[in-house]
Design a protein around this ligand. Structure first.
Ligand SMILES: Cc1cc2nc3c(=O)[nH]c(=O)nc-3n(C[C@H](O)[C@H](O)[C@H](O)COP(=O)(O)OP(=O)(O)OC[C@H]3O[C@@H](n4cnc5c(N)ncnc54)[C@H](O)[C@@H]3O)c2cc1C
Ligand SMILES: *[C@@H]1O[C@H](CO)[C@@H](O)[C@H](O)[C@H]1NC(C)=O
Ligand SMILES: *[C@@H]1O[C@H](CO)[C@@H](O)[C@H](O)[C@H]1NC(C)=O
Ligand SMILES: *[C@@H]1O[C@H](CO)[C@@H](O)[C@H](O)[C@H]1NC(C)=O
Ligand SMILES: *[C@@H]1O[C@H](CO)[C@@H](O)[C@H](O)[C@H]1NC(C)=O
Ligand SMILES: *[C@@H]1O[C@H](CO)[C@@H](O)[C@H](O)[C@H]1NC(C)=O
Ligand SMILES: *[C@@H]1O[C@H](CO)[C@@H](O)[C@H](O)[C@H]1NC(C)=O
Ligand SMILES: *[C@@H]1O[C@H](CO)[C@@H](O)[C@H](O)[C@H]1NC(C)=O
Ligand SMILES: *[C@@H]1O[C@H](CO)[C@@H](O)[C@H](O)[C@H]1NC(C)=O
Length: 608
């Protein structure tokens, strides 16, 4: 079979009947039906049109001689209102745009199974996430450079890639933002829009007042994306004039649509990568096996790249595909009846994620975003305003500020436990400040809240994903092992206490009425632990399941150039390659590594 030709191989994996497909997408290069994709030689096949995958597709097709095919399981992002309107982000969980994963019972969370949302839509998780734009700390990236032995991953050396990604954008509702960010640390001419919130919240001045009052513990930080995030600052989000900016709206935006060498096929589930040729002693994996939902029967189809396959299926999808392809721990694969082709025990291991918790207080105000949640008439009015002008509170996410902090150096835990953070400018936890109640408390109750979302951003716990069966349509067992480390539960407890201290500033006098829900009972350390284990959930930031390590290391999945160890023709570019979780939300780091990866690939094929 000549490389690059799409060809059914008549091996029916599963016949699940006819699956309807929608009308053709308005993008010339985005196809709903596999039958419509041109049969040409593909140099690169990108598996997953998500956050990282679309960066790769965009950058490689800058070279007109590279033909690129992206295979994405989800539908188009076009016209999906809940994805476009920032305020509606919570409406996306458990829909067609979510893979609907559930974790295994979480040992440290009283055996609860948690929803584990992942984007199933063009743009991947960037089309459904909370849009917070946080790069992490400089020491996060410097640690990547150290553990991989590649100085190209250091904070300083990644600056050009931060700038290639970021397009600083002014918010829609005009107000003075000069004191809310430091222009000199931002990229003005990149692809993906980043902006401050356009719509001021009535709580904003209290937050700023509290930073002045409590400046020792909660100093004001003019820009949390300078590499030094500690302190309290104004949130920046991937929002473009009141609309979500995702990898689909930006990297696959209309200006790239005209590229005749860029092809994106939707509604196809990649099941495996297949061994093609051997290059010396290295087996080559340049063929992708997938199932198209637009064919009348679910047949396994194949397509082969002449240069490389790039796996960008995310921290769950990528190890899932590798394991089904026989790339993983030999013994574990045998146990589920999969022939081991490449013994790489680290595939799916070292899953790292951020545990989160909602803490709510009743407030003495009627001026909170609970208004919108609880009032359908108001919501409809605001949607009309958004449709007419892209202004108002729906054009942004519900947070305006984040506090980033470290546990005290005198903490008992640090005498028994190595500090898991990358360096002293990395926070151990964050507190997101919301002028609203969490849905679990505010549900239909006409009351008003402030919520502090506490998140442990340097967790020591490591989880894993593994296979239940050899059927690629079965979801993997996902165990983020949240709060299973002593350090993590300690840090979460400290985060809640820090939140209480923050609200005890005079700035909140006569505003805070008292803790809401179970928080009211969490009066001792023991009860606090119980409250945390009952309420914690995932921030949906999994990384590390196909981690980078030094070339030649006996652990890790990819080399620092992101090529899979021990094979040729196969690279991984997504959040799964991060060897440690960053101390901030993970989309910005994913964009940054993808921008550098695109250059590594161009360099490998002689066109940088
Ligand atoms: C609900 C939610 C909220 C979040 N909030 C924030 C936030 O506010 N700020 C932040 O920085 N980060 C946030 N994150 C995390 C951030 O979005 C992710 O870390 C980042 O987008 C990961 O990018 P990725 O390229 O690794 O994977 P993804 O963007 O998830 O892309 C993977 C793509 O591969 C596709 N795929 C997977 N398997 C297959 C297969 N077998 N065949 C074909 N296609 C496949 C998927 O459909 C998807 O499109 C959030 C995540 C979620 C889910
Ligand atoms: C997720 O679950 C919802 C509700 O059951 C369903 O409508 C949706 O199709 C599911 N998503 C996927 C990708 O199957
Ligand atoms: C803004 O960033 C520049 C470059 O990092 C730095 O030199 C300067 O001190 C920063 N300004 C403020 C107010 O933080
Ligand atoms: C496989 O190897 C043959 C002979 O070396 C070569 O002609 C062909 O292009 C290779 N195919 C791929 C997909 O690399
Ligand atoms: C997990 O990561 C650590 C480094 O943080 C490494 O030492 C260990 O070998 C990894 N484990 C696996 C199974 O890859
Ligand atoms: C909030 O609204 C209610 C009902 O209109 C009113 O009784 C109450 O005084 C208001 N509270 C504040 C703080 O304005
Ligand atoms: C909420 O409603 C009250 C009246 O009930 C109004 O005064 C206030 O401005 C509203 N706040 C928001 C954020 O919509
Ligand atoms: C709901 O919103 C509408 C429109 O702003 C307003 O007129 C009405 O008073 C609100 N209802 C309540 C119960 O606050
Ligand atoms: C607080 O504790 C009391 C006594 O144990 C219990 O009755 C009550 O339900 C608890 N409240 C919440 C909100 O959990």
């Amino acid at each position: 079979m000549p490389p690059g030709v799409l060809k059914p191989d008549y091996f029916v994996i599963q016949v699940l009947g006819i699956i309807a497909f929608g009308v053709a997408s308005s993008f010339g290069t985005v196809y709903d039906r596999f039958e419509d994709v041109p049969l040409v030689k593909y140099d690169f096949i990108v598996v997953g049109g998500g956050t990282a995958g679309n960066v790769i597709a965009n950058r490689l097709t800058e070279n007109p001689s590279f033909n690129v095919l992206v295979l994405e399981s989800g539908p188009s992002n076009e016209g999906v209102l809940n994805s476009i309107v920032p305020f509606f982000v919570t409406e996306l969980e458990g829909t067609d745009y979510d893979w609907n994963y559930t974790t295994s019972p979480q040992a440290a969370l009283n055996g609860r199974k948690l929803a584990y949302t992942r984007g199933h839509i063009l743009g991947g998780s960037s089309s459904i996430n909370g849009m917070a734009y946080t790069r992490g700390s400089s020491s996060d990236f410097d640690r990547f450079a150290t553990v991989t032995g590649d100085s190209g991953w250091s904070w300083d050396n990644l600056q050009p890639y931060i700038h290639k990604n970021e397009r600083w954008t002014v918010p829609t509702d005009n107000h003075n933002t000069a004191e809310q960010f430091n222009r000199s640390v931002h990229g003005l001419y990149g692809v993906n829009s980043v902006s401050l919130n356009g719509y001021p919240q009535p709580t904003d001045h209290r937050v700023i007042q509290a930073t002045l009052e409590l400046h020792n513990e909660f100093p004001f930080n003019k820009d949390m994306n300078s590499g030094d995030p500690l302190g309290v600052g104004w949130l920046q989000s991937t929002i473009d004039h009141g609309r979500r900016s995702s990898s689909a709206t930006s990297y696959l935006g209309p200006e790239y649509d005209a590229r005749s060498n860029l092809h994106v096929l939707l509604h196809v589930r990649v099941t495996r990568v297949l061994q093609t040729n051997s290059t010396g002693s290295m087996p080559a994996f340049r063929t992708v096996e997938f199932i198209s939902e637009s064919t009348s029967k679910r047949r396994a189809l194949q397509v082969t790249a002449s240069k490389e396959i790039i796996l960008s299926a995310g921290a769950i999808g990528t190890p899932h595909i590798l394991l089904h392809s026989g790339i993983g721990d030999r013994k574990q694969l045998r146990a589920v009846g999969i022939k081991s082709l490449v013994h790489l025990p680290s595939v799916g291991k070292n899953l790292s994620d951020h545990p989160a918790l909602n803490n709510a207080w009743f407030v003495n105000s009627n001026d909170t975003l609970d208004n919108i949640t609880n009032n359908a008439t108001l919501k409809a009015e605001l949607l009309q305003q958004w449709k007419d002008h892209k202004t108002g509170p729906l054009g942004q996410y519900i947070a305006s500020h984040i506090a980033w902090s470290r546990i005290s150096e005198q903490s008992s835990i640090l005498s028994t436990f190595p500090d898991p953070s990358a360096g002293s400018n990395s926070p151990h936890f964050e507190i997101i400040i919301l002028n609203t109640g969490p849905s679990s408390v505010s549900d239909k109750t006409p009351m008003h809240f402030i919520t502090l979302v506490t998140i442990v951003v340097t967790p020591a716990a490591r989880g894993a994903i593994h296979l239940r069966t050899n059927n690629p349509f079965d979801p993997p067992v996902i165990n983020p092992a949240l709060l299973t480390s002593q350090f993590d539960i300690f840090a979460m407890r400290e985060a809640v206490k820090a939140g209480r201290r923050f609200l005890s500033a005079r700035a909140w006098k006569d505003y805070i009425i008292g803790p809401a829900g179970a928080l009211a009972n969490a009066t001792t350390d023991e009860l606090l632990d119980q409250y945390i284990r009952d309420g914690a959930f995932s921030a949906y930031h999994p990384v590390g399941t196909a981690s980078m390590s030094v070339k030649g290391a006996d652990y890790g999945v990819v080399d620092p150039d992101l090529l899979v160890k021990g094979v040729s023709g196969l690279r991984i570019v997504d959040a799964s390659i991060l060897p440690f979780i960053t101390c901030g939300h993970t989309q910005a780091p994913t964009y940054i590594i993808a921008e550098r990866a695109a250059d590594l690939i161009k360099d490998a094929w002689g066109c940088l």
